[in-house]
Design a protein around this ligand. Structure first.
Ligand SMILES: Cc1ncc(COP(=O)(O)O)c(C=O)c1O
Length: 400
């Protein structure tokens, strides 16, 4: 008898984590490796957030809380949605989980039945299709062209909707492309969704605060309040406040869905850490100077990486609006052979040879359901990024 449940055969371990693990192992073995594979800020959590956590420990805020989070944090989240996006939610329509990832997991497991479909524009974050599959649903991948800035066209969404569609999942700004949608760009997508009243909308806005050159990513309910009753708006502290290890995600949505997710979470993790929640209150209600400082540095790095990559023969790279990723094309390298004799047949052989020959770790586009490209995270020091891009240029110059 098989020990491992059949449902686990439907998912693969995260490929981004696999690349980071391989890069770490090569480093331990003494190789000079620059890893551009992790989706994690290189900045430290702001001091006032750390202090709030230390105070919470000293004050004995170390007990179980309500499953959906402390009243103080649920109120801070409701206030954040109002302040940043004009959304009206009561604290009871807010839920706190152990990272944004658990919000997605809760929402999918609480709602999908076998055969239900979830539309996911690609390139997409690696975890969406796997979480949908784990929850017995069917991911429906809708490719978005590079010529449209990797953004979903309304007509492609319309064409993907079937009577089985339960969810439409939008990530804005997007991991892995950095593409972001303004209010105007979301308008036509909202119009399609208005025509399909049985489709629920999951919007993952976790990179909301990381947008450049004055670009303002919008969120669905802000653009079309009539979609409020079937939209779950997710966000979190991991990226904006450099708090990946603290594990805190949050969302707001219709009470029926929030209650179902609460029921599920009550039988899995219960509340996320009480100390993390105290820190998150400080993050969401405190000064945003640290975010502004990070955004300034990220923008400089984005510009550096885009211009250096476009100087590498065979690579083309657009300039995205947000997040901390770029998603260059390797089409011009395919069919060539590297200095050490590796034939570059696809994005995977490109990143494999790049790691072996130049010690630069990046993630191939296939991991994001989009072959022919690779993802670079520029959430690493500017000096390392410059050196990594120099190595990528050297690698590409050596292709014949
Ligand atoms: C698009 C997107 N959504 C959600 C998450 C999950 O973030 P966390 O669980 O750390 O809050 C990530 C993390 O990489 C992400 O890139």
């Amino acid at each position: 008898m098989n020990l491992i449940a059949e449902r686990l055969n439907r998912v693969s371990p995260s490929l981004t984590i696999a690349v980071s693990t391989k890069a770490r192992a090569l480093k331990v073995a003494g190789r000079d490796i620059i890893s551009l594979s992790a989706g994690e800020p290189d900045f430290d959590t702001p001091d006032h957030v750390k202090e709030a956590a230390i105070t919470a420990i000293r004050n004995g805020e170390t007990k179980y809380t309500d499953v959906s989070g402390t009243p103080a944090l649920r109120k801070a989240v409701a206030d954040k949605f109002k302040r940043d996006s004009g959304l009206d939610y009561k604290p009871e329509e807010v839920m706190i989980s152990t990272g944004g990832k658990q919000i997605i997991y809760n929402a999918m497991v609480a709602t999908l039945n076998a055969g239900d479909e979830a539309i996911i524009p690609s390139p997409c974050w690696v975890s969406y299709p796997d979480i949908v599959s784990l929850a017995d649903g069917t991911p429906v991948i809708v490719p978005c062209g590079q010529n449209n800035g990797f953004k979903l066209r309304a007509e492609d969404l319309e064409a993907a909707i079937t009577p089985r569609t339960k969810w439409f999942i939008l990530n804005n700004p997007c991991n892995p492309t950095g593409a972001a949608y303004s209010a105007e760009e979301l308008r036509s997508i909202c119009d399609v969704l208005l025509r399909h009243p049985d489709v629920w909308i999951f919007t993952d806005d976790i990179y909301e605060k990381l947008a450049y050159d004055g670009f303002k990513p919008a969120t669905i309910v802000q653009v079309e309040p009539r979609l409020r009753d079937r939209t779950l708006t997710m966000n979190g502290c991991s990226k904006a406040y450099a708090m990946t290890g603290w594990r805190l995600g949050f969302c707001a949505g219709p009470l029926t869905l929030i209650k179902a997710m609460d029921k599920l979470q009550s039988q899995s993790t219960s509340n996320t850490s009480s100390i993390t929640m105290a820190a998150a209150v400080a993050a969401l209600t405190g000064p945003e100077d640290s975010i502004h400082a990070m955004v300034k540095v990220y923008r400089e790095r984005r510009d550096l990486v885009v211009s250096m990559l476009n100087e590498a023969p065979g690579i083309t790279c657009g300039k995205p609006e947000g997040a901390f990723y770029v998603f260059p094309s390797v089409h011009g390298c395919i069919g060539k052979t590297s200095r050490s004799g590796v034939k570059i047949t696809d994005d995977e052989s490109f990143v494999g040879a790049l790691l072996e020959e130049e010690g630069v770790a990046a993630v191939h586009g296939t991991a994001f359901m989009y072959p022919g490209y690779f993802r670079i995270s520029y959430a690493t020091s500017t000096d390392l990024l410059r050196e990594a891009c120099r190595r990528i240029q050297h690698f590409c110059q050596g292709l014949t």
